[in-house]
Design a protein around this ligand. Structure first.
Ligand SMILES: [Zn+2]
Length: 340
């Protein structure tokens, strides 16, 4: 390690801080290595050593403390070496993150035992050649007690706040980039069913004069996606355990009939799904309404739901032989959300 540091131009003061002690500070365990015996049964010379990943980790840690070293080539060699590994040690992980975290590490404070009494301590600051800021605290006898090193590209993370989007109701953590990105993705999808926009493709698939699009196992994928997202909205709103439509790509139940409700200006306002029920010896087999979901913006418009959305005469007539009772039954389903 000392030779390595010497190669970086650092004459390590071993008398003040032996490498063994430094390894300990960085949580690195020394191991024993042995020279290969020249003859079988011959003696072998043992010496204490640092495993290669740990040596790289120590160099990274020293760089974090502001030392003018750049272990990038060793880091790259180590990362390449473990490219196919399914698990990584802590040292290998620090090499793995090196490129993205380099010079952005959070401040590191090291110090002697106990907290420094800063009221009568002396503060000194210093900037290293690599742009790191070092803050020293010395006690009244000018003995160094504490040191904080700040990396030049460190940015304090935004405070994280649990939030619920007022529009799409997605729960996420403000200030966490991953969580915010997940929200942006989900927001787009949810808003497409909560505030549907006109879609020119609907005209081509809408059954004439019914205000609805029938979706079966053989329908195009995009209609399955529209069904699936509304089934997902239904699950969210009524806290069901699972989504009652196959997937965003298809529902391969040959006996499923989904309906997407269409406004005159070509927007999907909601959906429902019927499945063939034939699992009771007491009741005759029949079509059952499995779920129905209408975008909140289109609720409380009974007339439009009954007639305009395809739930009125057209649906009632086409499904009359399937024991679909008049609309109030549908509304009770809407309210109670039991399988019908
Ligand atoms: Zn949102």
């Amino acid at each position: 390690m000392e030779d390595l540091l010497f190669a970086y131009g650092i004459n390590w003061p071993s008398y003040a801080l032996p490498m063994e002690r430094l390894a300990e500070c960085f949580g690195v365990q020394l191991t024993r290595s042995y020279s290969r015996p020249t003859v079988r049964g011959g003696a072998s010379l043992g010496f204490r050593s640092v495993a290669r990943p740990d040596a790289v980790h120590m160099l990274i840690e020293l760089k974090r403390l502001g030392l003018p070293i750049e272990p990038r080539s060793l880091v790259t060699a180590l990362v390449d070496h473990v490219a196919d590994a399914r698990t990584l040690s802590a040292s290998e992980l620090s090499a793995y993150w090196y490129r993205s975290q380099r010079d952005k590490w959070p401040p590191r404070t090291i110090g002697s035992e106990g907290r420094t009494n800063r009221s009568n301590a002396i503060r000194e600051t210093h900037r290293t050649a690599t742009g790191y800021t070092v803050e020293f605290w010395r006690d009244a006898d000018r003995i160094p007690r504490e040191m904080t090193v700040r990396a030049p590209r460190y940015r304090r993370p935004r405070r994280q706040i649990d939030a619920t989007c007022p529009e799409c109701a997605f729960e996420y953590t403000q200030g966490d980039p991953d969580s915010s990105a997940a929200h942006r993705r989900e927001h787009r999808v949810r808003m497409s069913v909560l505030a549907p926009r006109a879609n020119r493709r609907i005209q081509a698939v809408c059954e004439p004069d019914t205000g609805r699009v029938r979706v079966t196992a053989r329908s195009p994928v995009w209609l399955h996606r529209e069904m699936y997202e509304r089934a997902r909205a239904f699950k969210r709103e009524f806290r069901y355990d699972f989504v009652k439509w196959g997937s965003g790509r298809r529902d391969d139940d040959p006996m499923v009939q989904g309906f997407l409700f269409v406004t005159p200006d070509d927007r999907f306002t909601g959906a429902c799904a019927f499945r063939w029920r034939d699992f009771s010896t007491d009741a005759p087999a029949r079509w059952g309404l499995q779920w129905i979901w209408i975008s909140p913006a289109f609720r409380r418009q009974e007339l439009s739901i009954v007639t305009g959305l395809g739930f009125g005469p057209s649906l009632a007539i086409s499904w009359s032989r399937h024991r679909l009772r008049p609309p109030w039954t549908l509304f009770s389903v809407l309210m109670g959300m039991r399988d019908y």
